[in-house]
Each structure stands twice: as C-alpha cells, then as structure tokens.
Ligand binder design. Structure first.
Ligand code: MG
Ligand code: MG
Length: 282
C-alpha cells in the first residue's frame, strides 16, 4: 500500500497523456508531484492507515472513538495532504464527540477505503459479518455512505482471502462480481477504460479492478493503475494492498522497496506483524 502511494503520488491529478509526455511510463519512486514530495515519501493514504493501525493495536480492537481520536491527532500533526470529506468529518468529531458521521449521499469519496488495510489485518479469521462491522466502524468516522461501505468492506475481504491463498479468479468471483451485482455502479467491464479516475469511490474501484484483473504481477498492476493518473496515489495504495496480498512480498520489486522512505517501510512491516497477531494475542 505504501509503495503504491509513493509511486502514484508523483503523477496524482495528471492525465495519462501528460504522464506519457513526461515519463513515457511512470515506474520509479522519485517523489515530486503536486505535493513536491521527497523520493519515497508517502501521503495521507498511508499515514492515515498507520494512525488507524496504531489505534487498533492500542485498543486491542477496532474502536470508533479510538479511530476518531487517532485521526484527529493525525490531522493536528499537519499531514502533507488531507481529503475534504476527511477534514469535514474530523472537524465534526471535535465539535460533537460523535465518531459516526450522519449518512450522506455525497460522502462517496475513496477516503475510507484507502485506509482500511489495518482493519483487514486485525480482523483476519473473524466471521465475515464482524469484518464488515469493523470496516464500517472506521469508515463512518468520516464517510457514511453505502457505496463507500460496500467498497471498503469488499476490499478488506479481498485482502483477507488473498492472504489465505485465494487467486485472482477466486477474488473476481467471490468479491468483485458480487459487488457489481449488488451495486451496478461498480461494473468495471464494458465501461470505457477507466482513465483518470477521480476520488469518487466508484471510479477508484473500477480503475483498481481493471488493473488488478488485467495484469499478472504486483509490478504490472501498480504501473498500470498509476499511469492512468487522476487520484493515482490512492488507486496505487488500494491496488498495492490487493496485489501485495495476492502476490506476496516476493512480488514486490527490490528497487521499489529500497526507494520507500525507511521509517515508513519499518512502521508498515512492524505494524502488519502486530496486527495479524492481534487475535492470537487477545
Ligand atoms: Mg494521498
Ligand atoms: Mg489521493
């Protein structure tokens, strides 16, 4: 996830044509972009997920108040980037103390889905219903929307199945197709190739699914999705969490691992181990 974020951030908000003109193919972690990042630096997608993961570890479970407090502390630390729906949700939490936003048709951004990975790791082995509830608990701090919920839960369940050894076809039949069956908005075949995906969760998932199901490696999947531009750090992060679970650590190119900010690399590794051990420890 962190690698996809760091790779994609360079070309966030660019069009595929602009990316091709500047890089031919963008496939190196070099920083820059509109946020003027250091090479290997990650953005809100990764740092919010790490903040959520720490809150889960401290509370021993996915807890709404703990998640909201962690996100609030994260916002106070002046992150390099923050989504508008996330900011609105956290300002509301400061005012009301309620870690659940009211349902909103408009809050269908990808901000809840992009940070769901620690929940997937912490609830590995729990019944599907409990996983879905945990996903929504963290999501509703800022995004309370049926499309965001459906995507967030689907992505977490896909990560879990991939970690248990499911292959690409399994994920397609067990998760991607059922999602598009329940919410036809997410159909990702027969729609125009989803180039330049926005921060709308539907476009994000369409781009990620096209990239994931049309490639056969971690590297190819991430290069495919970030070269579409648009919200490329977030499509990169989400594609990275799925492809990472699917292809395993051996599938991650060495040059990308080496380029990732060392502190981030270390935090992700340490947290992933701790989160997957949470149920056994508890
Ligand atoms: Mg970002
Ligand atoms: Mg983004």
């Amino acid at each position: 996830m962190a690698i996809g974020d760091a790779l994609g951030a360079t070309v966030e908000f660019m069009t595929p044509r602009e990316i091709a003109a500047q890089f031919k193919v963008h496939d190196r972690i070099i920083g820059g972009g509109w946020l003027n990042l250091q090479p290997g630096q990650v953005t809100d997608d990764t740092t919010m997920a790490l903040a959520l993961g720490e809150a889960i570890l401290a509370a021993g479970q996915v807890d709404a108040h703990a998640a909201a407090d962690a996100f609030d502390a994260w916002m106070r630390a002046k992150p390099v980037d923050i989504g508008s729906t996330v900011r609105r949700g956290l300002l509301a939490y400061r005012k009301t103390g309620d870690p659940k936003m009211p349902a909103s048709e408009h809050d269908a951004g990808n901000g809840a889905a992009m940070r769901v990975l620690p929940v997937a790791l912490a609830t590995l082995g729990e019944p599907e219903k409990a996983v879905r509830i945990a996903c929504r608990t963290q999501a509703h701090v800022t995004h309370n929307n049926p499309l965001s919920d459906a995507a967030t839960e689907t992505l977490a369940l896909m990560v879990q199945d991939a970690l248990r050894g499911a292959d690409k076809l399994d994920l397609l039949h067990a998760h991607a197709h059922p999602l598009t069956h329940r919410h036809p908005e997410f159909a990702f075949r027969g729609v125009r190739q989803r180039l330049n995906p926005s921060g709308y969760i539907v476009e994000t998932v369409q781009a990620v699914f096209q990239a994931l199901f049309d490639t056969d490696s971690f590297e190819a999947c991430l290069i495919d999705v970030v070269n579409r531009g648009g919200d490329a750090d977030t499509t990169g992060a989400i594609a990275g969490m799925l492809a990472g679970a699917l292809y395993g650590p051996a599938g991650i190119p060495w040059r990308w691992l080496q380029a990732l900010d060392p502190a981030t690399h270390h935090a992700c590794k340490r947290q992933a181990v701790a989160l997957t051990g949470l149920r056994q420890a508890g």
